[in-house]
Design a protein around this ligand. Structure first.
Ligand code: SAM
Length: 291
């Protein structure tokens, strides 16, 4: 069976099965072998790796994963792709295709069942409409993950890597950097996909940290504080937190906590890094606890 990673083979398979692209599933299939080679390299896939692929589409990247990895599980939501995958993956005996929504999968159970609970690798050309829920769902599952290598919108990759004080910096930067170390592997133009997306794309590898980089007593509180400060980006941190419907701290509480930490009361959230958010969360959390 010929590789699918070129426009001719892709069109042939799509026509044979009379496949119609579904916009609601974010279907932009890769048609460039160089980009897929780059993803294999970036993900550092080895023969003894178990790889979870999110959204295999017609199996273009899955074919490469089968050749590089020990075992592949590909989870695809669109049931009309299953007969196609059955055909395009025929030569490989180390792949299982599961029909389902990745957001509803138990990632822990997958690691346990297929990899004896050892860290798994995740690889995907993600459906862009649910990039953030997928990434956060993986991290928040606290399942054993070695790395997550994904194609995302270029500007999302920039936000994941952004440092405090830049315009790309926000809640996603802090959430990703709490769980992982991001590395940009490649920028990918729209002509590498069928149909072409309207935005540029990038491959980013997230190396999952064994230990979080900061000590935080209540993760949920820290992420609420982070969301509150970036929901109202132009406001001071004090106002953002005091106005949050998810939190019940007053401006005075926040001012006192910032003063205790030696941070200016008029600071904006976009200037604070993870260590400061963790310290603020611990400070405010203790106060709430003692009320
Ligand atoms: N991996 C293929 C490729 O690179 O050519 C397809 C990538 S395409 C950008 C995204 C794929 O994810 C589609 O096949 C789509 O049907 C699938 N998908 C969308 N939402 C999903 C979900 N919630 N769970 C699993 N797969 C999903």
């Amino acid at each position: 069976m010929a590789k699918l990673s070129n426009p001719q083979e892709t069109i042939q398979v799509l026509q044979k099965h009379d496949f119609q692209f579904k916009k609601k599933f974010g279907q932009n299939f890769l048609i460039d072998s160089h980009v897929i080679e780059k993803i294999m390299e970036a993900a550092e896939i080895k023969k003894d790796d178990f790889v979870l692929e999110i959204g295999p589409g017609i199996g273009t990247m899955t074919q490469y994963l089968c050749e590089h990895a020990g075992q592949v599980l590909a989870v695809e939501i669109d049931s009309s792709l299953l007969p196609i995958l059955q055909e395009t993956l025929t030569p490989y005996d180390n792949v299982i295709v599961r029909q389902g929504d990745i957001l509803k999968q138990d990632i822990h159970a997958i690691a346990r069942e297929y990899n004896g609970g050892k860290p798994i690798k995740v690889v995907a050309n993600l459906p862009y409409y649910i990039t953030t829920p997928i990434i956060m769902g993986l991290f928040e599952s606290h399942a054993p993950l070695a790395n997550v290598t994904v194609m995302v919108q270029k500007e999302v990759a920039e936000r994941m890597q952004a440092k405090p004080g830049t315009k790309e910096y926000g809640a996603l930067s802090l959430a990703v950097q709490y769980y992982a170390k991001p590395y940009l592997a490649a920028n990918v133009p729209p002509n590498c996909f069928m149909p072409r997306p309207t935005v540029g794309s990038a491959v980013i590898r997230l190396d999952c940290l064994e230990r979080t980089p900061v000590e935080v007593e209540d993760e949920r509180l820290m992420f609420r504080l982070i969301r509150a400060s970036f929901n109202q980006r132009r406001k001071t941190l004090q106002n953002g937190i005091a106005n949050s419907p998810e939190l019940s701290f007053t401006k005075g509480d926040v001012a006192a906590a910032l003063t205790n930490l030696g941070i200016s009361e008029t600071i904006r959230g976009e200037k604070l890094g993870l260590p400061e958010f963790a310290a603020l969360s611990n400070e405010l959390g203790r106060k709430a606890y003692h009320l």
